[in-house]
Design a protein around this ligand. Structure first.
Ligand SMILES: [Zn+2]
Length: 251
């Protein structure tokens, strides 16, 4: 093949992680066999588009639709934390109005922790890739997943490939990546179904309380959807201590 039909890609930062095992170098010479966007080309080599923060073609910043030509030199850089999806960039010109998440089942235990911090976090253990991608698109949600194939889907604009194995470390990873710090809106959402809780008068739900809860607690919230009742009991304190340890600071 003539020189003009090849392009060269340099993958920076942690993007090597996604390259196939037979490509240990971050420099890849790639044969152009068809008309392809830089996004297709990058993803065919491994990294999902959600991990990319900047692309330069022959030193100029380009977007994902840039069509690669023979002889092009492409430098591909990862997102660098803290990443703010509410700001417009060349790769993602339409900023999010607010941070909202959808959690894949492979990091599902993190959903409850995100909700306890007050983040709008959609999750159900039965949801497959197609459903998660559709939700990300329709509700402008950021996908949190360990599934590279899911993060490559066209309907997903924002996402994070979660590297940590344990839920507490995963939470820390997400908070660090998006630069999220205390104070959080703690215990403002239903841990079971993500709805915003409402204050409820004790007398209205007193018949549902255990004797000790009835005796020692005065303030309660209720989920408007599943009707679960919340109060500042020992379960909340336990969760708070766990979150403090995970976040590594005051809430
Ligand atoms: Zn609920």
């Amino acid at each position: 093949m003539k020189d003009a039909m090849w392009c060269t890609l340099y993958f920076k930062g942690g993007l090597n992680y996604f390259l196939a095992n037979d490509k240990p170098s971050n420099r890849i010479r790639y044969p152009l066999k068809r008309r392809a966007s830089v996004k297709d080309l990058i993803e065919s080599l491994g990294p999902p588009h959600t991990e990319i923060g900047e692309i330069r073609a022959n030193s100029c910043q380009v977007d994902f639709d840039f069509i690669v030509s023979g002889g092009d030199v492409l430098v591909v850089k990862p997102n660098v934390p803290p990443v703010d999806p509410c700001r417009s960039t060349i790769l993602r010109p339409e900023p999010l109005a607010a941070l909202r998440f959808v959690v894949d089942v492979n990091v599902g235990k993190m959903a409850m922790l995100m909700r306890s911090l007050g983040f709008d976090t959609a999750y159900h253990w039965t949801w497959r890739d197609k459903k998660i991608a559709a939700l990300a698109h329709e509700e402008s949600r950021i996908v949190l997943s360990k599934d590279i194939g899911l993060l490559k889907r066209k309907k997903v604009t924002w996402g994070l490939f979660v590297r940590a194995a344990e839920p507490d470390a995963q939470l820390r990873e997400v908070l660090n990546f998006f630069g999220l710090h205390p104070p959080f809106d703690l215990f403002s959402r239903c841990l079971r179904c993500n709805s915003l809780l409402r204050k409820v008068d004790k007398q209205a739900i007193i018949h549902r309380l255990e004797p000790k809860t009835r005796k020692y607690f005065q303030e309660f919230s209720i989920c408007p959807d599943c009707r679960r009742i919340y109060w500042a009991g020992s379960h909340q304190e336990k969760l708070l201590r766990r979150i403090e340890a995970a976040v590594g600071g005051e809430n």
